[in-house]
Design a protein around this ligand. Structure first.
Ligand SMILES: Cc1cc2nc3c(=O)[nH]c(=O)nc-3n(C[C@H](O)[C@H](O)[C@H](O)COP(=O)(O)OP(=O)(O)OC[C@H]3O[C@@H](n4cnc5c(N)ncnc54)[C@H](O)[C@@H]3O)c2cc1C
Length: 219
């Protein structure tokens, strides 16, 4: 697959509107300028107006690079120098499908999300049954910085906004493992709802993330 360097993409996409799950444009830079070909659906721009790889699915990213390679005069040269994808030994040797991402490539929004939820739920699963004041403070700090620094900035913004609901109802519940695990499950369900995914039954979060399923398949 032809890969177009971000600096080439930048010239065209600085002027494109931000597009991510119908989230309205947030970057001024991405809104002004003349109109060019519309971005493929699902491509998200970073705050500096460049396409944000960690905010975009691999399918949309590939649509973007394909579009760019078709419209850029220098695309042939670019393609010929950067089409090599090292295929992991465990996967098929054929050209990857749009929804597959080789394991040694930068993560898209989905792979990053799955890995991050694994970390977050596992942090809840290993959280003390009853957390000390210090532990609660540490976790509060972690979540505060996490919601600022998560590499998909639109995800981070939404997560931060959800946590800061004016009613206070979404504030992290940090007293102990059960309430923290449940809170994390609800946070994840909020994203699931936003993305149109099935909600997870939070009564099962411990089996999924701590003890393993009762049928023993994880043992
Ligand atoms: C903080 C955060 C915000 C995100 N925001 C966005 C966003 O705005 N837009 C976007 O496109 N993507 C976002 N993502 C990524 C998104 O949530 C998914 O990770 C991604 O779409 C891949 O989804 P998936 O279906 O493979 O499973 P995931 O949603 O990643 O879930 C992984 C596994 O967790 C388990 N699980 C599912 N729901 C729950 C739950 N409620 N509680 C406990 N376990 C559960 C299931 O076993 C599932 O297979 C975000 C991720 C994070 C960490």
């Amino acid at each position: 697959m032809a890969e177009v360097p971000p600096e080439q993409l930048d010239a065209q996409f600085r002027t494109q509107p931000h597009a991510f799950n119908q989230t309205p444009p947030k970057s001024k830079e991405s809104q002004d300028g003349d109109s060019k070909a519309p971005l493929p659906k699902g491509v998200v721009l970073d705050k500096d107006g460049k396409p944000c790889r960690t905010c975009t699915s691999i399918a949309s990213w590939r649509a973007l690079t394909k579009q760019q390679s078709q419209t850029s005069p220098s695309s042939t040269a670019t393609s010929s120098t950067s089409t090599t994808i090292s295929t992991p030994a465990t996967t098929s040797q054929s050209t990857p499908q749009p929804t597959e991402i080789p394991s040694d490539c930068p993560p898209d929004v989905e792979q990053l999300g799955r890995s991050t939820w694994t970390l977050l739920h596992t942090m809840a699963a290993t959280y003390p049954e009853k957390a000390s004041a210090q532990h609660q403070e540490d976790m509060q700090g972690f979540l505060k910085f996490f919601s600022k620094l998560y590499p998909c900035w639109v995800c981070a913004d939404d997560f931060k906004t959800w946590m800061a609901h004016p009613s206070g109802r979404n504030q992290p519940k940090l007293g102990g493992r059960k309430e923290f695990g449940w809170w994390m499950c609800e946070a994840h369900n909020e994203v699931n709802r936003k993305l149109g995914k099935k909600e997870f039954d939070c009564r099962l979060w411990e089996e999924r993330w701590r003890t393993g399923w009762k049928d023993g398949r994880c043992d």
